[in-house]
Design a protein around this ligand. Structure first.
Ligand SMILES: [Zn+2]
Length: 233
């Protein structure tokens, strides 16, 4: 079936159509990170039924997308959460400067720059900051474990905040820097606990809880609000 023949009537940017041979029924899945909804079609769904399904859910798609938080760019005057506190981006532009200097103060991210397009520099700064914090947190949590992490990678992942491979490599999203500290702490503890238990068994969750500062709050924050971390930058 030619999925492109579906009439999405204005929702083209927000609906991505995907065939899934294992899907039993048509379904819509919200993907906040990409600001879209995935329309999942079983292998043999007819075009007519698919069209009917999308027509029926048009309002639902529209409502879900409009509810998503707006993007917040890294520009002068915007306020972003960094390591649990609200921080205003303050840019001092001076064409005679030789380089860009960025400094995180209590409630200000001070950017002194000669660049008109300074956003990538702010992103790099925040990524490096995230790397420092996440690495320290992870080292602290793994110091009493029998296995240490081999390598830690800081990534910009869309679907997962962290992962741990069987050989002990841990990946974490730099966007955790926008989360409250207890949520960031929970994600790091979760991956650290995987060094000892590669499953989500009772033993795993017990260890995860032990490694956390505030297990319940951190976990529930990530579940409810995790997707909002994609709105920055
Ligand atoms: Zn896990």
């Amino acid at each position: 079936m030619a999925e492109t023949n579906l009439d999405l009537a204005g929702l083209e940017r927000h609906v991505k159509i995907r065939r899934d041979s294992r899907a039993k029924r048509m379904a819509l899945r919200l993907d906040p990170a990409n600001r879209c909804v995935h329309l999942v079609l079983p292998r043999f769904a007819s075009p007519r039924k698919a069209q009917h399904f999308i027509d029926e859910h048009r309002q639902w798609v529209f409502d879900r997308i409009s509810e998503l938080p707006e993007f917040i760019p890294f520009v002068d005057g915007e306020v972003i959460p960094v390591l649990g506190r609200e921080v205003e981006i303050v840019v001092r532009y001076d064409e005679h400067r030789k380089s860009t200097k960025i400094e995180l103060q209590d409630h200000i991210l001070l950017v002194e720059t000669n660049l008109e397009d300074y956003e990538p520099r702010i992103k790099r700064f925040l990524k490096n900051l995230a790397r420092e914090y996440l690495t320290d947190m992870l080292e602290e949590k793994t110091s009493n474990l029998t296995r240490q992490s081999k390598k830690i990678q800081i990534r910009d992942t869309k679907s997962r905040w962290g992962s741990c491979s069987a050989d002990g490599n841990i990946s974490l999203s730099w966007r955790l820097i926008f989360a409250p500290l207890n949520a960031m702490d929970y994600v790091v503890a979760h991956e650290a606990a995987h060094l000892e238990h590669m499953d989500h068994s009772k033993r795993f969750w017990n260890l995860c809880e032990k490694l956390c500062v505030s297990y319940k709050d951190g976990k529930s924050w990530m579940r409810k609000h995790g997707y909002t971390l994609h709105r920055y930058g």
